[in-house]
Design a protein around this ligand. Structure first.
Ligand code: DMJ
Length: 569
């Protein structure tokens, strides 16, 4: 009797404290969401006041820069004389406005762009940057504007953003006119590829176009965009080494590598991301096969514990031991793949670096344990916030909210000024730089907001482009879809045997081709996460563990409560 009373008392106390804990976190989420919302509007309103319709805001001098023509142009060569901006930051803000529920401002922006934006400008732009920021921003906004769930732009919207996107896409096409099908990195929007244009480009520049250009083809019915991006991607993939590694830079005319060393950071990062996300968006097994081989090669040749170094694509030998700010996106991709423990351990290291410096330095030399002498800057990048958002979605571990809070506080402390948010030139002194990059509104604020309020994602299947613009996963865009990836609301899609429900976070990993029949594997959900609020990632039953992201074998829960590929299975 006394024992039962004790249990009852314990349970009452435990339940009480659990619900107190829940409401503590709910209150915290509301508070942090509001803080992020204020950050976004501080950046957005200052842009509108001091910079619009130019491209980006200079928050210290409260002026502007027409940076679309400067992106990726480190030496600032061939700058246009007569280019007055394309309202880049407005285009990049549109999907964030919808996610934050501000349909009125979204409509205002859409209308302004419909009436004023033109790409008939004498400006040499970087294909990769213009694709992810402008084409991606327009396509995503078009989809959001026509999505009845958003109840937007009633009556007044006549696909103007799609018309603009198509015009831009057409201007991209001449860049693919090379013997290899690999596109030039630079193109003049009015005049096409310029005389004596450089033939050097990056792996990302050739391999990260398929989401936007594929979506453009699906929306317009014109297959040329997707075909050009796919041809380039296939050519790039054919240039891989026998180790399934790629380099960082190459020549679009000869199809030869220029820089043989590569990693998961600058110049390559979104190539991996787009192989995987293209598979989600278009369902082609080919994308999965490429991604799977590429992912295994990264884990084999670049990974060192939780860190990733660079390696020579020909030998697999380590080249540069550097931690870069861009690499912090990788744990987010690993979450989508289902490799949660690996994502978690790398993410923790990036958080330590953030804690050490206050923000994320661009490049840290792991072998010398020091900052790169000329890359000590932090340009308001989103990658750590992005990974934190994905890890929270997958685990619901409140610790990730604390990381989000750390990021928000640092941004407000070190980068907020009266005229917006400024980049950091040197993380050791926190000296500022007069630049508010458009991805701060497209990505950094968006991922932080979604971390604290994901209501936009409820009952929706979206993937985010590398610039944070949402694209819907539609059955009509898939050629053949493995059943694991069929969202529950697709009633019209023919399913033979639907064994398990797939969530937006677990849309992927093991298509039929990679399953191991010896283990009797079927198409199953593979995200290896414990899908509830437990903070220690421990499992109670084998079902909690899903399947391993690389081998696609069922994982099981050990006696100690951890998921793994235990030998006794
Ligand atoms: C963004 O423009 C994109 O995420 C791109 O893929 C690389 N990183 C920048 C922001 O850091």
């Amino acid at each position: 009797m006394a024992f039962h009373l004790l249990v009852l008392l314990y349970l009452t106390f435990f339940n009480l404290s659990m619900s107190q804990l829940d409401s503590h976190w709910a209150a915290k989420r509301r508070h942090m969401k509001e803080k992020v919302r204020q950050m976004f509007y501080h950046a957005y309103e200052n842009y509108l006041t001091h910079a619009f319709p130019h491209d980006e805001l200079k928050p210290l001098t409260k002026s502007f820069t027409d940076s679309l023509s400067q992106l990726g142009n480190l030496k600032l060569e061939h700058l246009p004389q007569d280019y007055n901006g394309s309202a880049l930051t407005l285009i990049e803000s549109l999907s964030s406005l919808v996610i934050m529920g501000n349909n009125t401002e979204f409509e205002r922006g859409v209308l302004w762009l419909s009436e004023n934006l033109t790409f008939d400008v004498d400006a040499r732009i970087n294909l990769f940057e213009c694709n992810i920021r402008v084409l991606g921003g327009l396509i995503s906004a078009h989809i959001l504007a026509t999505d009845s769930a958003n109840r937007l732009v009633q009556g007044s919207y006549k696909n103007q953003l799609l018309t603009l996107a198509e015009d831009l896409g057409r201007r991209f096409l001449p860049s693919f006119d090379t013997p290899t099908g690999l596109p030039y990195a630079w193109i003049n929007l009015k005049h096409g590829v310029m005389e004596n244009e450089t033939t050097e480009t990056s792996t990302s520049g050739c391999g990260s176009l398929i989401l936007e250009m594929g979506a453009l083809s699906r929306l317009t019915g014109d297959p040329r965009y997707e075909a050009a991006a796919l041809r380039s991607l296939r050519k790039l993939w054919s240039m891989r080494s026998s180790l399934n590694l790629l380099g960082t830079t190459l020549d679009v005319i000869t199809g030869e590598w220029i820089e043989y060393s590569s990693g998961i950071g600058a110049g390559v990062d979104s190539f991996y991301e787009y192989l995987f996300k293209a598979f989600v968006l278009f369902g082609k097994e080919d994308y999965w096969r490429m991604f799977h081989s590429a992912y295994l090669a990264v884990q084999k040749y670049f990974r060192h514990g939780p860190w990733y170094h660079e390696a020579d694509m020909r030998t697999g030998k380590a080249t540069y031991w550097q931690l870069t700010s861009l690499q912090a996106f990788w744990p987010g991709l690993q979450v989508l793949v289902g490799d949660i423990p690996a994502a978690n351990s790398s993410h923790r290291e990036f958080v330590h670096v953030w804690e050490k410096f206050g923000v994320q330095p661009e490049r840290y030399l792991l072998d010398h344990q020091m900052l790169h002498p000329t890359e000590k800057y932090y340009p308001l990048r989103p990658e750590l916030a992005e990974s934190t958002f994905y890890l929270y979605q997958a685990t619901k571990d409140p610790w990730y909210m604390e990381v989000g809070e750390l990021i928000v506080n640092s941004l407000n402390l070190y980068t907020k000024v009266e005229g917006g948010f400024a980049s950091i030139r040197d993380v050791t002194t926190m000296q500022m730089e007069d630049h508010q990059h458009s991805f701060f509104l497209a990505e950094t604020c968006k991922y932080l907001y979604l971390l604290f309020d994901d209501s936009f994602l409820v009952d929706r299947n979206y993937i985010f482009t590398t610039e944070g613009h949402p694209l819907p996963v539609l059955s009509s865009w898939h050629e053949r879809l493995p059943e694991t990836y069929i969202p529950t609301n697709w009633t019209f899609f023919k399913v033979q045997t639907q064994r398990r429900k797939a969530s937006a976070m677990s849309l992927q990993v093991c298509p039929a081709t990679t399953l191991n029949p010896i283990h009797g594997d079927q198409q199953v959900e593979s995200a290896c996460h414990v899908p509830d609020a437990r903070s220690d990632h421990r499992c109670f039953s084998h079902d909690d563990c899903g399947v391993d992201a690389i081998s696609c074998r069922h994982r099981s829960c050990s006696i100690a409560g951890y998921c793994g590929l235990w030998l006794y299975i």
